[in-house]
Write a protein of this length. Sequence first.
Length: 196
Amino acid sequence: MRETLCAIVLAAGHGSRYRQVAGPHRNKLLAQCAGRDGVERAVLEHVLVNVRPVVDKIVLLTRPDYTSVAELGLRHGCEVVVLDSPGMGDSIAAAVAAEPDHRGWLIVLGDMPFIQVNTLKCVAQSVAPDAISVPVHDGCYGHPVGFGRGFGSALMGLAGEKGAKRLFQGANINELAVDDPGVLWDVDVPAALYYK
């Protein structure tokens, strides 16, 4: 078993709420926004740039029709896994099955461009074999969520729309208090592209 950490970036959702406002052909993952560093990039590109320094490998999980998303992932050195399902459980299971040999996995949402790099490092460094690490801001659980290697089989057994939250029940949860509202800030609508 390798002592490496793998990020799983989930980028296979339909983004229905975003499309209702922006238009049916607009993909929120490719929308431009200014990141916490002040640089203008696509939403997903911010996520990949921020995650890259804190993990050993990135698996980008996306849809067959999201060719531009897949190309962006390849440009950033990701392993791209294509799955014809928007279900978060299916996506996580497929990504962990593709990369099962790590000390843990960081589950990262592709539409959360405003998480501070220090927060990502904090979660990554806290990953323990039989624990779940989660950032907490203002009393709320955020992202990314780190799963130790002991959760590998359970992650590969996920299916359907629901993500890995069901694995929290009865688990050893490592709550990490962070002063970072970015852990709760996902781009569900165009107005969310502007971080305050």
